[in-house]
Design a protein. Structure first.
Length: 136
């Protein structure tokens, strides 16, 4: 009967941790990363980090594929970039960034520097074409 007690202890510990998160309002670890990305972007390109919205298309190891939106955004032109076998298009002057080790890269440079593998690029392309992202 040792096993049910271990399971009960594990379940109680998990419930305790869940309750602590709910009571203290702790955010998931990726929320801290996305807040840091907003602050880094605002420091480099100007603006207020609190006014920025991120569309995250995926996390690939240490690289995050995203677009940054702020109060200034206007869909004015269609931009496109060819990376590997894929052509990415969007209706704004905001590019798709790859945030890797505290630095923003465009898709081409991230792919050339191998921050994104061919499989990562394929996954990103599919997510982007399907408009699948998480907004922060």
């Amino acid at each position: 009967m040792q096993r049910p007690l271990k399971l009960l202890a594990f379940t109680m510990a998990a419930l305790s941790l869940t309750a602590a998160v709910l009571v203290t309002g702790c955010a998931p670890p990726e929320a801290a990363l996305y807040d840091k990305i907003k602050k880094d972007y605002a420091e480099i390109y100007g603006g207020n980090a609190d006014e920025l919205t991120l569309r995250v298309y995926g996390n690939y190891n240490e690289a995050v594929a995203l677009k940054v939106f702020g109060p200034w955004d206007v869909a004015a032109v269609v931009s496109e970039v060819s990376v590997g076998e894929y052509i990415f298009e969007w209706e704004t002057y905001r590019p798709i960034y790859i945030y890797y080790k505290d630095t923003f890269y465009d898709l081409e440079n991230a792919y050339q520097n191998e921050f994104l593998s061919e499989a990562d690029l394929c996954d990103l392309y599919v997510a982007y074409e399907r408009n699948e992202y998480q907004e922060y």
